[in-house]
Design a protein around this ligand. Structure first.
Ligand code: NCD
Length: 320
């Protein structure tokens, strides 16, 4: 694959399918450049300051602050609107909220998180939309920048930021059906050459799992010894209609990254989690904070990956 340090231009980044493997590698290359520059104390400025609108209709710590940090590090102005405190709380529609922001803030890029699946795609397709749309999570559908930062983390750790992810076996375990992180990662990591296995209780597997480019397993202990990386997912309590049945799953015993279970991983194999963690459920404290954990690296890489995406969307807007 071609390594390139020239910026990528994207019209929107709503789903992993919006970018080719070559574009993904180019974004990862830009992200790595931003990390190296930051370590060297180099700051970026823009002759005309681009404006980034953050529009968050669901709670967020990592994604929101890393997009904000990314935009500021690129020399952009940032405006934040959350559901609480905006007219969305008075019942204003998403369309009307975005139209208002386009007319007041006139952003180059809108970073949006919303509970409705395909809401970011919907906005990106409106004839009145003038901004590049970055999907920061739409319902249970996709979270493409999380997949990009996870790919950056794996590529940095196992491949020293060169080439693709061919030869890596990544296991994703947990609440697959409600996880936008799982869907985006399944597609991006396999596009980049990794082999992905998902592990979940049957009630946490999506009906269309046969269409995903992954292997499916039900016993974590069978696959964990072969994994280079195991990514635990948060149980999405806020998206579960009834919690009945969760306790009967013995979740931690069967699917948790416990100290005993991770001790059977290959030397050098790593654990990941997109956060926020249910400590003691999906992952034990000693694993989350232990030597195999890349969780803090993932958080840091979120800044560099999102710088690459924001830069690409600004370039895409200027190219229109
Ligand atoms: C994820 C999300 O919101 O989809 N968090 C994140 O962005 N790092 C995962 C989660 O909430 O479980």
């Amino acid at each position: 694959m071609i390594e390139q340090s020239t910026p990528v231009a994207l019209t929107h980044f709503v789903e992993v399918a919006d970018i080719s493997a070559e574009q993904a590698i180019a974004l990862l290359h830009r992200a790595r450049l931003f990390e190296v520059e930051a370590d060297a104390g180099i700051t970026r400025t823009q002759p005309t300051r681009s404006v980034i609108q953050l529009l968050f209709f669901e709670d967020s710590t990592r994604t929101r602050t890393s997009f904000e940090a990314a935009a500021r590090r690129l020399g952009c102005d940032v405006c934040l609107v959350t559901e609480k405190g905006s007219s969305a709380a008075k019942g204003e529609t998403l369309d009307d909220t975005v139209i208002t922001l386009l007319n007041t803030v006139d952003p180059d890029v809108v970073v949006m998180r919303h509970r409705e699946n395909h809401s970011a795609r919907h906005i990106s397709q409106q004839p009145w939309n003038t901004a590049g749309i970055a999907n920061a999570g739409d319902g249970t559908n996709e979270h493409p920048t999380q997949a990009l930062l996870d790919a950056l983390t794996l590529r940095g750790h196992f491949r020293d930021h060169t080439g693709d992810l061919a030869g890596l076996h990544v296991v994703i375990v947990g609440d697959i059906v409600r996880s936008r992180v799982a869907r985006s990662n399944a597609h991006l990591l396999t596009n980049l050459g990794a082999q992905v296995t998902v592990v979940a209780p049957s009630t946490m597997l999506p009906e269309d799992i046969d269409l995903w480019p992954v292997a499916v397993a039900s016993d974590l202990d069978v696959v964990i010894a072969d994994a280079d990386a195991v990514m635990a997912l948060r149980i999405q309590h806020e998206r579960i209609d009834t919690e009945a049945g969760l306790e009967s799953l013995d979740y931690r015993e069967r699917f948790g990254l416990t100290v005993e279970r991770t001790a059977r991983m290959k030397p050098g194999a790593v654990v990941m989690h997109p956060g926020p963690m249910n400590r003691g459920v999906e992952i034990d404290d000693a694993v989350a904070d232990g030597p195999r954990s890349l969780i803090r690296v993932q958080v840091r890489n979120g800044v560099w990956a999102r710088m690459a995406v924001v830069e690409a969307l600004i370039a895409g807007r200027h190219a229109r």
